[in-house]
Design a protein around this ligand. Structure first.
Ligand code: NAP
Length: 264
């Protein structure tokens, strides 16, 4: 029975096991395949992954804080993961670890339309922002990056493209706004910690919040109020998970079933 897992620290909140196991059930693969959550501390990560090679695992998703370590330990690495500098999908084949990144394409697949030529404001300069900036610049968006620690956004732009947005960008001037900071994860107020105001969104904009939890985030609630189109973090999660599912199984992911399970 090929096993799969999501490796994180913490990881008990992850929707990935429900999402992938629902896909296996729908496709009649649940007798064969199973997906679990494994909490691994950073200093245990490499040893745990090496052990998985002998425990029947076909691969794993990797989440905070292990995406950089996953890239570093892999025997082979996709061009996407190498350029972004992070891996969220590992495949174990013939005793070797292959690293990939489906976060970037997952974001693009979750968006309602092409971002070619669109002016995009990306908030954040951590691992999630790196995948977002990489994806949007590759698709021809004009990307500006705001981050609380400006040096990090400057460095990110130098490495991956886009340009620093400065300390106070005008959110109304952008066709696409992506919150890829962790703001909102622990109840922080996005209208305090981010350069956004409750009334600053506009219809015609698309607003993405990578952060997800129970119910709609305050950021997306305000965007909807303004008539903007919104994409929540679960939708991005479903699309990146669908791409990982395809890598491991060679099957097309049943996104509707995965979405329903992820939304609980
Ligand atoms: P990370 O590498 O730790 O980066 C955190 C980012 O958030 C940094 O830019 C940091 O700014 C910023 N930040 C944290 N607290 C802040 C605050 N109070 N005010 C302003 N900025 C703050 O984390 P990550 O891996 O990029 O993940 C970011 C978020 O995206 C997490 O909530 C994660 O769950 C989510 N995510 C979702 C998906 C999905 O599929 N939906 C995928 C990946 C990640 P500084 O540089 O100034 O510290």
């Amino acid at each position: 029975m090929p096993r799969l897992a999501v490796l994180g620290h913490p990881v008990s909140h992850s929707r990935s096991p429900a999402m992938h196991n629902a896909a296996f059930a729908l496709l009649g693969m649940a007798e064969e395949w199973g997906y679990e959550a494994i909490d691994v501390a950073p200093d245990e990560f490499e040893r745990r992954v090496q052990a998985m090679l002998g425990e029947g695992f076909a691969g794993a998703n990797v989440t905070v804080p292990h995406k950089g370590a996953a890239l570093a330990l892999a025997d082979t690495v996709s061009e996407t993961a190498r350029e972004i500098g992070a891996a969220n999908t590992l495949s174990f084949v013939a005793g070797e670890v292959h690293a990939d990144n489906t976060d970037a394409q997952g974001l693009l697949d979750a968006l309602p339309e092409s971002v070619q030529g669109i002016r995009a404001l990306v908030l954040g300069a951590g691992g999630a922002a790196r995948a977002v900036v990489w994806a949007l610049t590759r698709e021809g968006a004009e990307v500006e990056v705001w981050n609380r620690t400006e040096l990090r956004s400057a460095n990110l732009c130098q490495e991956l493209g886009g340009r620093p947005a400065g300390p106070s960008p005008d959110p109304g001037a952008f066709g696409l706004i992506v919150n890829s900071t962790a703001v909102g994860l622990r109840g922080e107020d996005p209208f305090v910690d981010l350069p956004l105001t409750r009334s600053g969104f506009a219809s015609g904009q698309t607003v993405v919040d990578m952060v997800y939890g129970e119910g709609r985030t305050p950021l997306l609630a305000a965007a909807i109020e303004a008539g903007a189109r919104v994409v929540d973090g679960i939708e991005v999660l479903v699309h990146q998970g669908g791409l990982s599912f395809g890598i491991w199984t060679g099957r097309e992911a049943p996104l509707d079933a995965m979405r329903a399970a992820a939304r609980g």
